[in-house]
Design a protein around this ligand. Sequence first.
Ligand code: ATP
Ligand code: MG
Length: 231
Amino acid sequence: VMPEIDGKVEFKNVSFSYEEDGEIILKDMNFEVQPGETIAFVGATGAGKSTIINLMTRFYDIDKGDILIDDIDIQGVKIASLRKQIGVMMQDTFIFSGSIADNIRYGNLEATREDIEEAAKMVYADSFIREMENGYDTEVNERGSRLSVGQRQLISFARTILSDPKILILDEATSSIDTQTEILIQKATQAVLKGRTSFVIAHRLSTIRNADRIMVLEAGEIIETGSHEEL
Ligand code: ATP
Ligand code: MG
């Protein structure tokens, strides 16, 4: 079991291919990320952004090198306890059949209604939820058909705030949303990244601008790194 972590993440000479003797997808990758830092990954399709995430969460094991969290080699950590430390927000938000409150609570069974509402407020979801017929008790189905794409994202942000992972992976959605919701999502994104070590596969210019560091990937290598002003 991993103890309470600070959230430092290191890649040391990491090389990886999906198939044995196959194409090398990540080539001797090295970086160190400090607790609380926000990293934006940018790069063309196939550059290796998702692969980095797959390795950090141990959906695949690396061939060469080490990935360390707080100086602990993740190879020696139980996958379940590793994933407890890492919050992952993928592009399509997972909504299940139940109330809005249940959807925010998700695995955090000990969370009170107050905690849930607090989390929703932090990501600017509280006001649209209150406007629904039964507020936090409004029932939604798996397809989340009563929620807009942007609202679904805000729910998933609230869920993440509640579970409070030290390390966060965010694969930013590309779907187009109206300007009003876009502004909310931008603010909510900053709220959810705050205080965590965050890796964002970034599609929003605002996220890239706000990142502490941008890593530009090309064919499995980091070809540039720096802040938005530096690059
Ligand atoms: P995108 O912007 O399209 O999501 P990406 O930067 O996330 O691209 P990856 O998904 O990391 O790129 O892919 C990197 C390389 O690895 C690509 O050449 C891709 O074809 C290959 N690849 C990805 N997943 C697999 C897999 N499961 N098996 C074999 N090859 C894979
Ligand atoms: Mg990808």
